[in-house]
Design a protein around this ligand. Sequence first.
Ligand code: IPM
Ligand code: MG
Length: 359
Amino acid sequence: MDFKIALIRGDGIGPEVVGEAVKVMEKIGTRYAHRFVFTDTLAGGCAIDAAGVPLPKETVEVCKASDSILLGAVGGWKWDVLPGHLRPERALLGLRGELGLYANIRPAILYPSLKAACPLRPDIVEGGIDICVVRELTGGMYFGDRGRRENAQGYGEEAYDTEAYSFLEVDRICRTAFDIAMKRGKKLCSVDKANVLESSRLWREVVLRVAMEYPEVELSHMYVDNAAMQLVRNPKQFDVIVTTNMFGDILSDEASMITGSIGMLPSASLGASHCGMYEPIHGSAPDIAGKDKANPIATILSVAMMFRYSFGLDAEAAAIEKAVTMVLETGYRTGDIMSAGMMPVGTKEMGRLIADVVQ
Ligand code: IPM
Ligand code: MG
C-alpha cells in the first residue's frame, strides 16, 4: 500500500534522528511491499529562518494532505530571544491545534537491557516499568485565554494564563484513555488537582461518568502533587495515566526519566481522524546537534507507533520494536544510555543497525 508521510525534520538533532527513522521505514517498505511517499516540510526555527514564521500555512496544508506526520524536534538557543508568538515551540502548538490532535500518548517503558540507566533503586523497578501517559493536548492552560493587564491591587503589570476545560474535551480524552487501558492492564489513574481547581472538579465528574461505560477498568484518582511523588516512590502501581495538558507535560517528562533516558521514548498525537503526528518526546538538544551523538531510537519507535495507530500495520510495528530490542540486547548504546561494558555507537550507526535487523 501507499502511505503519504509529511516529514518535519525541524531543528537541532531533529534532522539526524528523522534521517535514521526514514532509513528504517525504507527497509520496512522493501520487506513488506509498502510505498512510503515522503514530503519534507518546514516548522520551528528553520521555518522562522526561511519564511519568518514558525508554522507556515503551507506546512499545515502539507500535513493535512498526508496520512501521517513524523516530527524530529523544534527549537534552539538561536530563537530563544523571540517573543512568545514567534518562538519555534509555537509550531508544535499550532500543529496540534490546527490538526485537532487532542490525545497525546506517551508510553514509558523500561527496557530490561537498560536497567542500569534507570536512576531509581533496582528494587523499586524490579519486574519492569510500563506506564502509558495519556495527555490532553489541545486544551487547558496551553490554549486558554492569556495576556497582560494592569493588576487590580495596583501592583503594576501582571500576566495571566487560563486553565479551562469543557465537558466535551474531557469526555473525549477520557474515552481514549479508557480504550487504551482496556487493551493493557485495565487500570486507569486520572490525575488532577480537584482539591483546588474548579476545572479539575469538572474533570473528575466527567471521568466518573465515562467510567460507567468501562466497568472492567479499575479507576483511581490522584492529585498531581501526589502523582509526581508516587511516580518515583512506586512507579509499578501505574498502568495508564490520564491528565490535563499542563500536568501531562510535566508528568510525562518525569515518567520518561525513570525509564533511563528521554532519548528512548516515542509519542503519538491523535485526533478524530487516522492522521496522527508522531515524534520523540525529547527536544532539539542543540548542544549535541550535528555531532552524530543523538539517540535515534525514540524517533524510530515513533514510527512503530505511527504504523500501529495510524496505518494499522501491527506486524511492521512489531518488527521495528523487536529490532530495537535486539540491537540493545546485543549491547550497542548511544551516549545517553551508555553503561559499563557496552559498545558505543553514534546516531547513524544505531540507525543502520536497527534498519539491518528490520530487513
Ligand atoms: C512537549 C514539549 C512541548 C510542550 C513544548 C516544546 C511546547 O515540552 O511536547 O512535551 O510543552 O507540550
Ligand atoms: Mg514537555
